[in-house]
Design a protein around this ligand. Structure first.
Ligand SMILES: [Zn+2]
Length: 305
């Protein structure tokens, strides 16, 4: 274990973009997502989640991605100062980056912009059960989720796929768009809406990314798209079931942040199970990873040392 990294350094590391189930529902309130022609979805193999929400169009992808990059850079530099940023030779970071290497090339099929994203994968020294992918492909795992759930590679791939799917499906952009809509920004009409107004609104986006929650529908979408990404990358889709069973077990104690916002209920597991046949063929035919990695070793009982 490298001396400059403590996997439990930051018990209270902030959580950007904790992807969460929001109790507020906006479905159909202003504009629904334009659904792709059913024929287009019928012809492709894999899960069917429709087009992204029309709300994404209210703020540019560039804006959201650059906010994501800025927040991520800030957070990683804070983590480094606190010895909570794993160095490149940390075995669990090597593992995360190898898994990401298999998933990232598939991202462009879901979002063409992802081909130009400057992807990053980091491991944070925190006992929290958490992981995220910020807009623009900025991924981080907290040591606690690897260690406490004793995740195998298939399960890590499933979480990574889920988080990457939030970014690819632009759920953050959608949430910001909805927030603009509900704040009456678009009611002013685009003619009245000077760039100055948009600029001022957009200035608050960074703060929103830090406390963002996603709708139940976005969560379900992320589960399914993430499962397909992982299956195409050669990871066993049924790991989605064992992963959420482990989550459910872990949630029985004091619910950690990620778990409290990702209810591991039977509905979620049933949805995943129902979609397994849609990705089974993709997994069968996928190149499987040549190397399997060790499960993350447990944290010492005292995090002080
Ligand atoms: Zn999520």
């Amino acid at each position: 274990m490298p001396a400059d990294f403590d996997p439990a350094a930051c018990p209270d590391l902030p959580t950007p973009l904790g992807c969460a189930c929001s109790r507020r529902r906006f479905g159909g309130l202003l504009m629904g997502g334009a659904l792709a022609p059913a024929a287009a979805w019928a012809q492709r193999e894999g899960v069917n989640v429709g087009e992204t929400s029309g709300f994404t169009k209210l703020i540019s992808a560039e804006q959201i991605e650059s906010e994501g990059a800025e927040q991520y850079a800030k957070m990683m530099s804070q983590a480094r100062q606190q010895r909570a940023l794993a160095p490149a030779n940390h075995p669990q970071l090597i593992r995360l980056r190898e898994i990401a290497k298999r998933i990232i090339p598939l991202a462009g099929d879901w979002n063409p912009r992802a081909k130009q994203w400057r992807w990053e994968v980091n491991l944070l020294g925190s006992p929290q059960l958490n992981a995220f992918c910020m807009p623009g492909g900025k991924i981080a795992f907290y040591y606690g989720i690897l260690e406490k759930l004793k995740l195998d590679d298939d399960e890590v791939a499933m979480i990574m796929g889920h988080e990457v799917a939030h970014a690819l499906r632009e759920h953050a952009r959608e949430r910001v768009g909805k927030s603009m809509a509900t704040n009456g920004v678009i009611e002013l009409g685009s003619a009245l809406l000077g760039l100055g107004n948009l600029g001022r609104f957009a200035a608050g986006v960074g703060g929103q990314l830090l406390s963002m929650t996603f709708s139940r529908q976005d969560e379900s979408e992320a589960d399914l798209v993430g499962m397909e990404l992982a299956a195409r990358a050669g990871y066993k889709p049924s790991a989605g079931v064992t992963l959420w069973q482990k989550m459910g077990q872990a949630a029985k104690g004091a619910p950690p942040q990620w778990l409290s916002t990702h209810p591991a209920g039977p509905t979620r597991i049933r949805d995943i199970e129902a979609n397994l046949p849609k990705v089974a063929g993709l997994y069968e035919r996928a190149d499987k990873p040549a190397q399997r990695f060790e499960v993350a070793p447990p944290l010492k009982s005292s995090a002080e040392g």
